[in-house]
Design a protein. Sequence first.
Length: 159
Amino acid sequence: MVIKLIAVGRLKDKFLTDAFAEYEKRLSAFCKLTVDEVTQVKLPDDPSEKEIAAALETEADAILAKIPNGSRVIPLCIEGKQLSSEKFAEYIARESAEGAGTFVFIIGSSCGLSERVKQRGNLKLSMSEMTFPHRLARIMLAEQIYRAFTIIHNRKYHK
């Protein structure tokens, strides 16, 4: 199975890259994980709605070009569905059993994602109603994907 993360922006801080690297290592026992980073459009300090919309559309072009045909696409967005870890694992197991070989998770910029990207999704996913620092999303997602695989394979990690 292939898990592909498409993320707008880069992880810059060492503690964040180290945390993500730990989950990359753990996930290698279950899947092939790839990460494609899309350049975030630079916006002024106080952007207008029009400037934000234009930036999201530019980022959408780059994101959509990186999605392989036949993938299950899961954009992370605030209006998405919240799932427990067990339900998330069930989704991955069910879709995999139905022939999904590649799952593409999409993390937008702090401004979000274009509607075009959201509409491309098979499942719109929300991590929480709470607000977290945007740069933690990739690590939190990697941890939940790892947790899902440990649930699917009856490993002790999940409690």
